[in-house]
Design a protein around this ligand. Structure first.
Ligand code: SF4
Length: 293
């Protein structure tokens, strides 16, 4: 298999077969991110992609879900994505779904009819690192799009029948901004239909712009308790039926919920943690974190 770049897949794709379609990120400007620093975006040449598919066919001929690696393979053109999706099915006859990371920017240049064709070719399950639905936080994080962009592009996915997942990041709005971020993000996400939302929490790593901003005193990260309160507000205000996974390692206290069913129970669980765990103990957990997720 040709894994040349950093290979990063979300925890919920653990059962998917992984193939490298791209490596690196086309953007690399998110201020909290150090994942692909120094790595150029690269599309795997078709010969390489096909060699990998042949290898997968040998070991897992009945693979049903394939995850394409890279920070945003969906940045490829419609034609390229469609060609690759059809090629996957040449090798893996039972493949139902090809999932991948996508940015809101990557959807902009695709028409709904093209998205429908991609869906028909098996592209489904886009993980979108929105991080927030609050304009001030999106700008602070350097995401390069607005809340309105999120709505506009995700409605296109919905029209095409492409399932997508959001990422929300607590703490990203900085100290004192969590409540606003949670309220505005929950309201925006509730206009849409993310099949599930995974929640991470900001950790500042050397080499990132937000880390530099903190060193210069122009960004103050939210405390750990504020983040848990932010998560409570987010859950309280999400008015859609969706799964929520706040259980990656960046969450000091991992929780999962199916909303609205588990709303009160999980808010209560978080309150217990707030009432019984010190800020210092939570901060110590974050100091020991080694990766973004
Ligand atoms: S968060 Fe995603 S889109 Fe932003 S720089 Fe990192 S890999 Fe690229």
């Amino acid at each position: 298999m040709h894994f040349t770049g950093r290979t990063w897949r979300p925890p919920y794709e653990a059962h998917s077969v992984i193939v490298q379609a791209t490596s690196g990120c086309t953007y690399r400007k998110c201020r909290f991110c150090n994942l692909y620093q120094g790595e150029r975006f690269r599309m795997s040449p078709m010969e390489e992609f096909e060699e990998d598919l042949a290898e997968i066919k040998h070991y897992q001929p009945y693979a049903r879900r394939i995850f394409w690696t890279g920070a945003n393979p969906f940045a490829m053109s419609y034609e390229n994505l469609r060609l690759r999706a059809r090629t996957v099915r040449d090798y893996l006859i039972q493949c139902q779904t090809m999932a991948m990371f996508a940015s809101i920017r990557d959807i902009r240049d695709k028409e709904v009819w093209q998205l429908k064709k991609l869906r028909a070719a098996g592209v489904n399950g886009l993980s979108i690192g929105t991080e927030s639905g609050d304009d001030a936080t999106l700008a602070l994080a350097g995401k390069g799009y607005t809340a309105q962009d999120i709505v506009k592009q995700c409605r296109k996915l919905e029209e095409a029948g492409i399932e997508y997942y959001f990422v929300y990041m607590t703490g990203l709005a900085g100290r004192g901004g969590g409540y606003r971020n949670a309220k505005n993000s929950a309201r925006l996400f509730s206009w849409l239909q993310p099949y599930f939302i995974s929640v991470d929490s900001l950790t500042l790593f050397p080499g990132t712009e937000l880390y530099r901003m903190e060193q210069q005193g122009v960004f103050t990260p939210a405390g750990e308790k504020e983040r848990l309160q932010e998560l409570q507000v987010f859950i309280q205000n999400l008015q859609i039926r969706t799964h929520l996974f706040a259980n990656s390692s960046s969450n000091v206290y991992p929780v999962t919920a199916y909303l609205p069913r588990d709303r009160e129970a999980v808010i209560g669980e978080l309150q217990d943690v707030l009432d019984t765990t010190s800020e210092e103990k939570m901060a110590e957990y974050r100091r020991n974190l080694k990766t973004l997720g």
